[in-house]
Design a binder for this molecule. Structure first.
Ligand code: SF4
Length: 219
């Protein structure tokens, strides 16, 4: 299916306007009814439980780099490329948190604590919940990923905090996507034709696009 930037940006602007109308109190009530308490099992950070990909916004990458004195290469890597251009350059549109060769997040520690807990990415601080527009719905719904903490009692204050984080995360995600698309040059109307696994880009140059521009990485 062809991808048209103008259509995509217009669609995202509708989504952001609907997301802004979300009621924190209503979301908080839903979270209380679903229930959640993190039991520090560390499963969501490890590969053995399935997809533990953590997508990062440029601001989150900078925050981790500045707080923990790390280099960009130590913190993140390109996500799966979605396009190869006529020069043989792969293009992708997200950064993801670095993982060990085992697939586990580089920040998970033996006692299941997170080494960057205070600055952990938005996805991590809202897991296992996220807001999604299902089947073209105009209004986003709270979705729940698999997690042993779901169903446990959550108090009103924690539910309110989580609801605010969820709404903030969705608004940040849509804003990032709009900025990314508005900065994107040469992709006004294109077709993602080839997909590659997240591994095996040796010898390729990867262009990673985000809201702050484009970075070339040679694998
Ligand atoms: S950053 Fe922390 S919370 Fe997020 S996946 Fe890694 S260890 Fe888990």
């Amino acid at each position: 299916m062809r991808f048209n930037i103008l259509d995509a940006v217009n669609d995202l602007k509708v989504k952001i306007s609907n997301a802004e109308k979300l009621s924190i109190n209503e979301m908080s009530r839903q979270l209380v009814s679903t229930g959640f308490k993190c039991i520090r099992c560390g499963e969501c950070c490890r590969a053995r439980s399935g997809d533990n990909t953590v997508i990062l916004f440029p601001d989150e990458i900078r925050l981790i780099i500045d707080t923990y004195g790390m280099t960009p290469n130590e913190v993140c890597e390109p996500s799966i490329p979605q396009f190869i251009d006529e020069r043989g350059i792969l293009h992708c549109f997200e950064w993801v948190l670095k993982r060990h060769s085992s697939g586990d997040c580089i920040f998970i520690q033996a006692d299941n604590t997170c080494r960057i807990y205070q600055q952990r990415p938005w996805i991590c601080s809202t897991y296992p919940f996220f807001l999604g527009f299902t089947n073209g719905a105009a209004k986003p719904d709270i979705m729940v990923s698999e997690c042993k903490g779901v169903g446990r009692q959550i108090n009103n204050d924690d539910a309110l905090k989580l609801a605010k984080l969820l709404k903030g995360r969705l608004l940040a995600e849509i804003t990032e996507e709009i900025r990314l698309l508005e900065n994107l040059e040469g992709f006004e109307d294109w077709e993602p034709t080839r997909f590659y696994s997240s591994k095996g880009h040796h010898g390729y140059t990867i262009a990673v696009h985000d809201s702050s521009g484009m970075t070339y990485i040679t694998d």
